[in-house]
Design a protein around this ligand. Sequence first.
Ligand code: SF4
Ligand code: SF4
Length: 148
Amino acid sequence: MKFISWKKVESWKCISCGMCCHSYDIILEKNEYKKMCKMFGNEIFNYNKYPIKYFLKRRTNGSCIFQNISEGKSKCNIHQIKPIICKIFPFFILSSYNKKLSFLYRKKRYNIYLERKCKGIKLGNPSNEFIYETLPEIINISLNPILK
Ligand code: SF4
Ligand code: SF4
């Protein structure tokens, strides 16, 4: 991965290219694993033993088993319940303070960076829309993954 601070991003809009459903291991939170296990059974996961980590299986071509390409656009077959890492991609929020990544929202600091390879990113000075709409929405999704 190649990371970039939110401070170098003018705007972001997903163009449904599907790269993120094809190029990465999708690591699941424990509650996500339990929920998906109940719905789909154990066959949809790969896992690491030490430390224990669960991933969504990938097809032989590398794509996530839930990726669906239709008319050149990538869709997720489990959109409503997809893992949090998918919901907020290409954004990541660090728990430890980092001045270069720090973003103030409702009196709290969030340390936000993006995966540079996402084709929906436009570099530049952050636009008002990016600061006042996109970043707050990402933070809210990360805080309330069930609701979004
Ligand atoms: S890589 Fe970026 S633009 Fe492409 S589907 Fe993923 S989030 Fe959307
Ligand atoms: S769960 Fe959905 S969004 Fe996440 S990688 Fe798989 S297809 Fe893409």
